[in-house]
Design a protein around this ligand. Structure first.
Ligand code: NAD
Ligand code: GLY
Length: 354
C-alpha cells in the first residue's frame, strides 16, 4: 500500500492499494465517531461494490444507509443534490456521521458538495472507482453540481477526510471509461510530468504494477499542486489544460460526450493551436496524438470553433473580458495565459483545423 499525504488546510491521507475496499470500515472508524454512514453511489457501482463497502462498514458497528443515482453526468444535478440533502435529514445524520462517495467523479463531486453543505459541513470519504476519479477528481476537494448554464457552476472547495483508492475496482470498468481516465493521466504528463509519458508508452493492459505506479504519480502531482494552491488562485489552473474547449464540448453535446473524451479533444485543440501560434514545436501535438491513439481517445469534435467559443463564455475561468486559457509551451510545459474572450474563437479555429 502507498500513502500520499495532502497538506491542505484540513490535511488528509490518500491510501492506494489493491483490496483496500474491504478495510473501508477500519479507515472510517479510525477517522470518525460515525454511528451512520450514507453511501452515495450510482446504479452501476451499486451492483458491483456496494455490498463489500457496506459489509466492511457494518463490521465496525456503523449503520449503513444508501443513496443511489442513475449512472452518468446528468445525475450531477441540483435535483439530486436536493434529494440527497433531504435523505440525509430524513435519516437524521449528524455532524459526527459520514458520507461515503463510492464511485466515479460524478458521485464524488455530488456527494462532496452535499457533505460541504449539509449541516454546514459533515465528514466525507472518497472511494474512487474509476481511473479518472482515482487520479484526479477524488483529490483536492473540488466538489460541484452542473447547472443548465454549464458544468460545475455551483460547488465548494471541501476536502475529504480520506481517500481510499483500490485499483482492483478498475477491472470492471468499460474500456471507454478506462480510456476517459487516461485522458486526465495524459493531462498531467502534458502539463508538467514527461516521466508519465514514458510510462504511458510502456504500459500494456496486463501491467497492473505499472498502472499502480502511474496512478500514484498522478496523485502525487495533484497533491503537490493543490497543497500549494488549494483554492485555485494560481497554478491549480494548470489542471484545466484542455478543459475550456472540453467543457464547451460536453455542454454542446448535452453531456453525451463524456468528460474524459472531451478533455482528450480539448487538449488536442489547445496543443494544435499552441503550435500554430508558435508557442511550442510540432512535437507537442504529435506526442499527444500518439498517446490519444494508444488509448483510443478522440482527437476531433463535430462542433465548430464559433459554437465552442460561445459555449465557453459561461466558464468559471472567465473573469470579465478575459479567460485563463492553459496553453502549451512544450511537452510537459503548460502555462496559464489570460486571453481576451474575443480571441477564443480564433484559437479554437486554429486548434480544430488540421
Ligand atoms: P462517472 O462518475 O460518470 O463514471 C463513469 C462510468 O463508469 C459511469 O457509468 C459509472 O457508473 C461507471 N463506473 C464507475 N466505477 C466503475 C467500476 N469500478 N466498474 C464499472 N463501472 C464503473 O465519470 P468519471 O469519468 O469517473 O468522472 C467524470 C466527472 O468527474 C465529471 O463530472 C467531471 O466534471 C468530474 N471531475 C471532477 C474533478 C474534480 O476535481 N472534482 C476533476 C476531474 C473531473
Ligand atoms: N481537476 C481540476 C482541479 O482539481 O483543479
Amino acid at each position: 500500500m502507498e500513502t500520499v499525504e495532502v497538506k491542505t488546510g484540513a490535511p488528509y491521507r490518500i491510501e492506494i492499494g489493491r483490496g483496500l475496499l474491504d478495510s473501508l470500515g477500519d479507515k472510517v472508524r479510525a477517522l470518525t465517531k460515525a454511528k451512520k454512514a450514507m453511501i452515495v453511489t450510482d446504479e452501476t457501482v451499486y451492483a458491483l461494490y456496494f455490498e463489500r463497502a457496506a459489509r466492511s462498514l457494518e463490521s465496525v458497528g456503523i449503520e449503513v444507509l444508501e443513496f443511489v443515482i442513475p449512472s452518468g453526468e446528468t445525475s450531477k444535478s441540483t435535483g439530486n443534490l436536493i434529494k440527497l440533502w433531504e435523505t440525509l435529514a430524513e435519516n437524521a445524520l449528524t455532524r459526527s456521521d459520514v458520507i461515503v462517495a463510492l464511485g466515479g467523479g460524478v458521485v464524488g463531486d455530488l456527494a462532496g458538495f452535499a457533505a460541504a453543505t449539509y449541516l454546514r459541513g459533515i465528514k466525507y470519504i472518497q472511494v474512487p472507482t474509476t481511473l479518472l476519479a482515482m487520479t484526479d477528481s477524488s483529490v483536492g476537494g473540488k466538489t460541484a453540481v452542473d447547472l443548465k448554464a454549464g458544468k460545475n457552476l455551483a460547488g465548494a472547495f471541501y476536502q475529504p477526510c480520506a481517500v481510499v483508492c483500490d485499483p482492483d475496482t478498475l477491472a470492471t470498468l468499460r474500456r471507454e471509461t478506462f480510456s476517459d481516465g487516461m485522458a486526465e493521466v495524459i493531462k498531467y504528463a502534458m502539463i508538467n510530468n514527461p516521466v508519465i509519458i514514458d510510462k504511458l508508452f510502456l504500459y500494456t493492459e496486463s501491467d497492473s504494477a505499472l498502472l499502480d505506479e502511474i496512478i500514484a504519480l498522478c496523485i502525487e502531482d495533484k497533491r503537490d499542486i493543490v497543497s500549494r494552491d488549494e483554492f485555485d488562485r494560481g497554478e491549480r489552473a494548470l489542471l484545466n489544460f484542455g478543459h475550456t474547449p472540453a467543457h464547451a464540448i460536453e455542454r454542446l453535446s448535452n453531456y453525451t460526450v463524456t468528460h474524459g473524451s472531451a478533455v482528450a479533444v480539448g487538449m488536442m485543440i489547445i496543443s494544435r493551436a499552441s503550435a500554430k501560434l508558435g508557442l511550442c514545436n510540432a512535437d507537442v501535438p504529435e506526442t499527444l496524438e500518439k498517446l490519444l491513439d494508444k488509448f483510443s481517445l478522440p482527437k476531433d469534435t463535430e462542433f465548430g470553433a464559433e459554437d465552442m467559443a460561445k459555449a465557453a463564455l459561461g466558464d468559471k475561468k472567465r473573469s470579465g473580458d478575459r479567460i485563463d486559457l492553459i496553453l502549451s509551451y512544450g511537452v510537459g510545459d503548460a502555462r496559464i495565459c489570460p486571453t481576451k474572450i474575443d480571441e477564443l474563437c480564433e484559437i479554437f479555429r486554429k486548434g480544430t483545423e488540421k
